[in-house]
Structures are given as structure tokens and as C-alpha cells.
Design a protein around this ligand. Structure first.
Ligand code: GLC
Length: 421
């Protein structure tokens, strides 16, 4: 039975249409808040091409808050939304509600994307979504300040810590009391899982839960990584970082008051947009290492689009999806927003390279990125991640002994894993 859901809690809905022919149809789609304007632009183009109309639903700023909305829609088998924005970690969680588009998308269109990105969306032999853009944690830094103080982009987290402190202190002395060393995401939410995984994985400490479902968190490597991060609070990062998500930390960096900033590739687009304070002053590198011999481990955050199984307009919805993830739209998004494409050919496109000069490095960072344990934990991922980021938040907030917290976290995660079996 399909219901119409009366209320999409607190979400702004906008309808985009060109002059519509009499037989025009309307499809409805979710767009993330961060790239909403780019989404609007793309949809207007598709609308113009096809003569159909799109109802856009702006997702909550914090993607975690979209999960209960999706759950509610799926539980009601609602046909209100046709095209869904899917965070990579939701693929397993929502797989039963996504349409298998295998036979609806020509193979060459699928093959145009990085195989690793499309492969991650193949579950139980079905292609459940198409990749939209790649997110990998990257380090943005003030090129001008590093040059001023004769520093190189740091290779290790320890080096980053020292350089951040040195430049922060020198800049404060030189008359900028608001300067900080490092802006990142310390709020108790999914973003903290991403940041913390990077500190741990880049030190060889694993991925919270291993591929075979074992909890790997309680180790001296993790203890050292989290102790280091705890030491940043109030020294190179403001206390407020404990409540920062991507946008808060970006605001600090783009106000000119942070030397280093961990975020996703879109910050290149915002920080280099015309009129910005930091135009020409920002460098980008892979994230530092936690230990020699390890690899830089930006968390992988590919975004996907999928079609709802409950959509009453599956063909039209798939057509919109194909346009949104296709070459033309991904090129526009790369050029105008700094979003890293999943269409491989765009990594050799001169227009894109002119706008994102570090795209080659970003591709390597993507290849070396670390995945959250969502494939191994499936529908249980959300619970596991929440247990993890809450404990990490307690640790970096300075509560309790790190080793004791980790032992407790291990037990809680083991219980979560069992609950999901
Ligand atoms: C970005 C990533 C996503 C991640 C989220 C955490 O949107 O693309 O994968 O879950 O940040 O805040």
C-alpha cells in the first residue's frame, strides 16, 4: 500500500519548471543543503530539456537529521519523493527501499564512473544508486601563512599540531588575537566519526569494526590518536570546535582565523569564490599521517542519487537521476562548486583542471581513502557510529581517562554488533 505522507518535517519545498507543455509531469527530489543552489541549477536545465517539472526538497543541514525523515517516508511507502540523495553510509541501511536501476541505465553510462564508486552501490546484485560526487577528507591550509613562516604542508598529525601552534602564536603576537591553528568537526555527530576515523586509520589503528565484524577500537594506537586530538581543544582549536560541524568550521577558516582546516572538497569552491577573503591564499593537501609507513586516510564520503522503490514515476525519476550524475552536470558542479566528480573523464578535462588544480592529488586521496564500516555493519551502521562518536566526543571533551573510555567503548560496540546480528 502506498501512502501520501502529509508532512516532510520542516523541509523547504521549491518547484522548478520551465514553461510547461500540457503533458508535463512532476518529479520530486531531495537535495542536500550544502549544494542546494547547484542542484537547483541542474534541475532547471533538465526541466528545460524534458519539459517536466521538479519539486526540490532541501535536506536538513546536518545529514544525520535526514535519516528519520527517510525512515518515515520508507515506512509509509510514500510516493512523495522520487529521487533520493544517499550518503555512502546509507546504502546498506536503505537498500530495501531503493529501486534496482540496472536495466534502466545504459552500461556505458555506468562505466563512465569510477568502478569503486559504482561497485559500492551494488548490493545483493542490484545497482541501487549512482555516484554523484566524491567526498574525501582533505587538509586546507593558509598557503600565505605557511610561506610567511617558512613551513611546508605537514606530513604527520604531530607536525600539523606543532606548525599550527607556532603560526597561531606568532600571528596572535603580530596583532591577530582571534587566530587559531586548526578548524575541524568536533560536534557529537557523524562528522566526528569521519574525523576520528582519519586520525586512527592513518596511524594503522583500523576502521572501528573490521570487515569481518570484529571491534578493533581498543588499542594503544587509538588511545594515542584520541589523546592528541583531545590536546587540540583550547590550544590550537577553540573550545567551540566541540560543537562544530562542517559549516561552522568552514566559517572559522574562511573568516581568515585558522591556519589549517579539515573538510570535504567543496571548501575549495567556497573559499575560492569571487570576493572571498581567502582567494589565492589557500593550499590543499592530503590529510597527515598518524605514523610513518601508513597512508593518508581521508574518510570516504561519496554521495549518491537513487530512485525510491515507492516512486510512481520511476522512469522519469531515473531520467532525472541520469542527468544529475552525468558528465555535463558533474562538470558544472566541479567548475562552479569545486565538487569532485565521479565521472573519470572529468579528471582530464581542461576546464575542470583549470578550476580545481589539485584534482590529481584529490584522486590519489580518494584512492587511498578509508571507508567507514558501513558495508560490514549494514543496517546497524547508524547505531554503531552513534556509539562511537558519542564516546569520542566525551574523550575529546576531557571527560574521564582515555584508556578507560576506550575499554567501555569496546564493550558498547561489541553489544551493538551483537544487537545487529
Ligand atoms: C559529508 C560526507 C558524508 C558524511 C558527512 C558527515 O556530507 O559526504 O559521507 O557522512 O559529511 O557530516
Amino acid at each position: 500500500m502506498k501512502h501520501k505522507l502529509k508532512m516532510l518535517a520542516g523541509m523547504a519545498v521549491v518547484t522548478i519548471a520551465s514553461s510547461l507543455p500540457a503533458n508535463a509531469e512532476t518529479v520530486s527530489m531531495f537535495c542536500s543543503a550544502t549544494d542546494y543552489e547547484l542542484c537547483e541549477k541542474a534541475v532547471a536545465k533538465w526541466s528545460e530539456k524534458t519539459g517536466n517539472e521538479v519539486k526540490l526538497n532541501r535536506m536538513p543541514q546536518n545529514l544525520d537529521d535526514a535519516i528519520p525523515i527517510y525512515q518515515q517516508l520508507f515506512a509509509a511507502q510514500s510516493s512523495d519523493i522520487d529521487v533520493l540523495y544517499i550518503d555512502v553510509i546509507w546504502l546498506g541501511m536503505f537498500k530495501d527501499h531503493l529501486l534496482d536501476v540496472t536495466s534502466m541505465i545504459p552500461e556505458d553510462e555506468v562505466k563512465a564512473h569510477f568502478a569503486s564508486a559504482t561497485d559500492a552501490a551494488r548490493l545483493d546484485g542490484k545497482l541501487l544508486a549512482m555516484p554523484f560526487y566524491i567526498d574525501t577528507g582533505l587538509m586546507f591550509y593558509r598557503k600565505d601563512l605557511l610561506e610567511k613562516y617558512g613551513k611546508e604542508p605537514p606530513k604527520t598529525w604531530d607536525e600539523m599540531t606543532a606548525t599550527a601552534k607556532e603560526i597561531q602564536d606568532a600571528e596572535r603576537k603580530a596583532g591577530n588575537p582571534d587566530m587559531w591553528g586548526y578548524a575541524w568537526q568536533g560536534r557529537s555527530y557523524e562528522g566526528l566519526t569521519c574525523d576520528a576515523l582519519e586520525w586512527i586509520a592513518s596511524a594503522g589503528g583500523g576502521t572501528i569494526i573490521s570487515d569481518n565484524g570484529e571491534v578493533t577500537i581498543n588499542s594503544p594506537v587509538t588511545e594515542a590518536a584520541l589523546t592528541r586530538a583531545r590536546g587540540w581543544i583550547g590550544t590550537i582549536s577553540p573550545e567551540g570546535v566541540l560543537n562544530y560541524d562542517e559549516e561552522n568550521s568552514r566559517t572559522l577558516f574562511e573568516s581568515g582565523n585558522a591556519v589549517f582546516h579539515r573538510n570535504w572538497p567543496y571548501v575549495w569552491g567556497t573559499s575560492q569564490a569571487e570576493g572571498g577573503k581567502l582567494v589565492g591564499k589557500v593550499g590543499v593537501s592530503a590529510l597527515p599521517l598518524g605514523a610513518e609507513g601508513q597512508k593518508s586516510s581521508g574518510t570516504l564520503g561519496t554521495a549518491y542519487l537513487g530512485v525510491s522503490k515507492y516512486s510512481e514515476k520511476q522512469e522519469l525519476a531515473t531520467d532525472l537521476l541520469r542527468y544529475m550524475v552525468g558528465f555535463e552536470d558533474q562538470k558544472m558542479r566541479a567548475i562552479e562548486g569545486g565538487y569532485n566528480p565521479t565521472v573519470a573523464a572529468l579528471y582530464e578535462d581542461a576546464d575542470v583542471l583549470a578550476k580545481i588544480p589539485f584534482l590529481g592529488m584529490a584522486k590519489t586521496a580518494f584512492e587511498e581513502s578509508v571507508a567507514r564500516p558501513s558495508a560490514a555493519t549494514g543496517k546497524n551502521y547508524n547505531r554503531i557510529s552513534r556509539t562511537f562518536y558519542r564516546a569520542v566526543h566525551d574523550i575529546i571533551s576531557g571527560k574521564d581517562d582515555v584508556a578507560k573510555e576506550l575499554a567501555d567503548l569496546e564493550r558498547r560496540l561489541q553489544r551493538d554488533v551483537r544487537a545487529g546480528e
